[in-house]
Ligand binder design. Structure first.
Ligand SMILES: Cc1cc2nc3c(=O)[nH]c(=O)nc-3n(C[C@H](O)[C@H](O)[C@H](O)COP(=O)(O)O)c2cc1C
Length: 309
């Protein structure tokens, strides 16, 4: 009998739905026993979000400052798992605060120690550097990363900025302005994601994950968009500076968060299109390094770069 733990946190329910779909094949397999652990924190975040709260979580999220979590049930803590499926969302290019809080808790150290883990993110589209941070946290918990699936909003970047923000502030997956595409991971993709469970299952039953990530990538588990990774890296550098300044000046926090909001607006709507244009022109020069980066981003290797710790 194989024992599998599904760990997740979800505000809108999107990630919970994805977790349910991917775990379907495990439920149907008589040789697998499945446990669910829904991460809960002492003071949960509001959904839908209000603007102040949405921007207010930025410094702590980015600096990965953990919060108290409600301990998992004894039943969850008592098992020794053969595999963990870790479902997480990205907040400010980092694992969300509840996920980060769990991964930094003593419970994670207990549950993940020496256990193979498949990470599954459900984000807007900028997840690559958050995954680097998750890799470091898994490493600290002595977990073994064996697979990664990144589900995203497949629409044009600037369109999904509008639609995902509308979803976060309204609490509804709706067509913004009546004509823009629906936000988030598409319903079709969520329904189809049980295919990933079918891919992972035989590796679990055979006690070997050799070739799993390549198998997942062949089935479109990880889309690489070079410009998004490039923006992700640049924004991480800027977010590091902003978050440090805000945390060092608690008395000016409200004002600095307003400035950060303005910066974000300018970065997304003015700077990023200019950078996109310049980088598209320079694309041929970077061709080989982009190819190398694609291979890395689609893998479960850990380059262990201090930048992302
Ligand atoms: C505060 C906040 C910040 C976010 N930042 C990012 C981000 O940096 N990159 C990204 O791709 N998605 C980002 N998202 C979208 C989330 O990753 C996720 O798709 C969305 O919150 C739905 O997750 P849920 O299952 O918890 O409802 C952010 C969402 C929130 C609430």
């Amino acid at each position: 009998m194989k024992i599998v733990l599904v760990i997740y946190y979800s505000q809108s329910g999107q990630l919970k739905e994805i977790a349910q779909q991917i775990s379907l094949p495990f439920i149907e397999e008589p040789n697998v026993k499945l446990f669910y652990y829904n991460i809960q924190i002492e003071q949960d975040f509001p959904f839908p979000w209000k603007s102040d709260e949405f921007f207010g979580v930025f410094p702590e999220t980015f600096q990965q400052i953990p919060l108290e979590i409600i301990p998992p049930d004894q039943e969850i803590l008592q098992q020794k798992y053969d595999l963990v499926l870790l479902f997480y969302q990205v907040w400010y290019l980092s694992p969300s605060l509840p996920i980060n809080s769990f991964l930094k808790s003593s419970f994670a150290a207990q549950l993940l120690n020496n256990v193979p883990v498949v990470t599954i993110s459900g984000s807007r589209n900028m997840w690559a550097m958050a995954q680097e941070k998750v890799k470091q946290l898994l490493d600290k918990n002595q977990a073994i990363l064996v697979g990664n699936i990144a589900l995203t909003d497949r629409n044009i970047n600037l369109i999904s900025v509008i639609t995902v923000v509308d979803w976060m502030f309204s609490g509804e997956k709706r067509k913004t302005y009546g004509f823009l595409p629906l936000p988030g991971v598409s319903d079709k993709e969520i329904q189809a994601s049980s295919k990933f469970g079918h891919i992972i299952l035989p590796y679990l039953l055979n006690n070997s994950y050799d070739g799993l990530q390549e198998d997942l990538v062949t089935h479109n588990a990880v889309e690489y968009r070079w410009f998004l990774v490039s923006m992700d890296k640049k924004a991480n550098k800027m977010f590091r500076i902003w978050s440090k300044i805000i945390l060092k000046n608690p008395k000016k926090r409200r004002f600095l968060l307003k400035l950060f909001k303005l910066y974000l607006f300018i970065a997304i709507w003015i700077l990023s299109p200019i950078v996109h244009l310049v980088e598209t022109i320079l694309f041929p020069i970077r061709y080989f390094s982009i190819k190398k980066e694609k291979k890395y981003i689609q893998s479960v290797k850990n380059a262990n770069k201090s930048l992302y710790q």
